[in-house]
Design a protein. Structure first.
Length: 310
C-alpha cells in the first residue's frame, strides 16, 4: 500500500452519547454481558487533531479535568492509532492532541469517541483509504461503544453493544446533563449489578437475549419527547445508585424542576434529563446550576466522527 501523508494537522470531531434504553443480560462465562441498548449521539464533542510523527503520543486539554488520563500505550486513542497502523502497514506514528468535553468515566463514551475520532483522523492523515466497514471492524476491536461513536445518530446496539442497526428518529431531542465531579468504573457497575442479581433472584434476567422495547422505537420515530420519557430505562441505574447514592437526589431534583424524565446514562454517573424543548432545557439548566451542579444543555441526534476543515 502507498501511504499518502497529509501535510497539515487533521481535525476530527466525535460526539458523546446517551443510552436512552439499556437492558443487560446475564453474565456470560467470559465475564461479559449481552446488552440491548438505544444510543443517541449528542452535541457534546471530543476534538482530535493528528500530526504525522515517528512515534505515537497523545496529550489532552479541554473543559474537563484530564490530569488523571493515561498518555501511554494503555490510552484508547493510542491503541486505535497503533491498530490502524498495523492493519494498513503504516511505518510511522502520530502525535495526537485531544480536546475533551465529554465527562471522563461518566457513562457517555468519551474515551470511545476519542478512539473513533483517532481512527478517522489517522485514516485521513496517512491516506490509508479504509472503507466504512473496515473502520467499523477496527472500532469493534477497541470497545463496545467505539463503533457507535463512528456512526453517530440514533442506533440500536446488541451483543456487547457493538452490533449496530440504525433507528429512525425524527426531530431533535433536548437533554440536560448533570455532570458529576467523580467517575464510576464501568466494570465496577456491572459487578454491582451481578451482585444484586445474586442477592435477589427475582432480578435474574434469564437466558434470553435482551431486546429494546418497541415503545422506545415508536417514540423515536414519532419524535415525541413525552412518549420517549415514558420509555427510558437503564438496568445499570440501580447499581450505579448503589455505588453513588447521591445520584438519587439529583434525579429527584431534575424531575421536580420540569424534566419529563431522568436516567443515569450507561454506567454513570452522568444523569441525563429529557425535556420538552430548548426553553425547558434552559430553565432546568438554571435550576440545576443553582443547586451547584454542573449542568449542560445538549441535543440529539448528531453526526458521528467526521473530518473538519479547520
Amino acid at each position: 500500500m502507498t501511504i499518502a501523508w497529509a501535510d497539515e494537522a487533521v481535525h476530527v470531531r466525535a460526539p458523546g452519547k446517551i443510552n436512552l434504553f439499556m437492558r443487560v443480560g446475564a453474565v456470560q462465562a467470559d465475564g461479559y454481558h449481552d446488552v440491548a441498548t438505544a444510543y443517541q449521539a449528542v452535541s457534546l464533542y471530543e476534538d482530535v487533531r493528528a500530526w504525522p510523527d515517528d512515534e505515537f503520543s497523545v496529550s489532552f486539554g479541554g473543559s474537563v479535568d484530564v490530569s488523571a488520563l493515561p498518555t501511554d500505550g494503555s490510552n484508547l486513542a493510542i491503541k486505535a492509532a497503533k491498530l490502524l497502523a498495523r492493519t494498513a502497514g503504516v511505518p510511522g506514528g502520530v502525535r495526537l492532541e485531544i480536546e475533551k468535553h465529554v465527562p471522563i468515566a461518566g457513562g457517555m463514551g468519551g474515551g470511545s469517541a476519542d478512539a473513533a475520532a483517532t481512527l478517522v483522523a489517522c485514516d485521513a492523515l496517512w491516506g490509508t483509504g479504509l472503507s466504512k466497514e473496515e473502520l467499523h471492524a477496527l472500532a469493534a476491536k477497541l470497545g463496545a461503544d467505539v463503533p457507535f461513536a463512528l456512526t453517530g445518530g440514533t442506533a440500536i446496539g446488541t451483543g456487547r453493544g457493538d452490533r449496530l442497526s440504525p433507528a429512525l428518529a425524527t426531530g431533535s431531542f433536548h437533554w440536560v446533563l448533570a455532570v458529576a465531579e467523580f467517575g464510576l468504573s464501568t466494570p465496577g457497575v456491572y459487578r454491582e449489578l451481578d451482585r444484586r442479581r445474586e442477592e435477589h433472584p427475582e432480578l435474574d434476567p434469564g437466558t434470553e437475549s435482551p431486546v429494546v422495547d418497541a415503545e422506545v422505537l415508536q417514540a423515536l420515530r414519532a419524535g415525541d419527547a413525552r412518549m420517549l420519557a415514558a420509555a427510558l430505562h437503564n438496568d445499570l441505574q440501580a447499581a450505579a445508585l448503589g455505588l453513588a447514592p447521591g445520584l438519587g437526589g439529583i434525579l429527584e431534583l431534575g424531575e421536580a424542576n420540569g424534566a419529563l424524565a431522568g436516567l443515569v446514562s450507561g454506567s454513570g454517573p452522568t444523569v441525563a434529563f429529557l425535556v420538552d424543548d430548548a426553553d425547558s432545557a434552559i430553565e432546568l439548566q438554571v435550576a440545576l446550576s443553582a443547586a451547584r451542579l454542573n449542568a449542560l444543555h445538549v441535543h440529539g441526534a448528531v453526526h458521528g466522527a467526521r473530518l473538519l476543515r479547520s
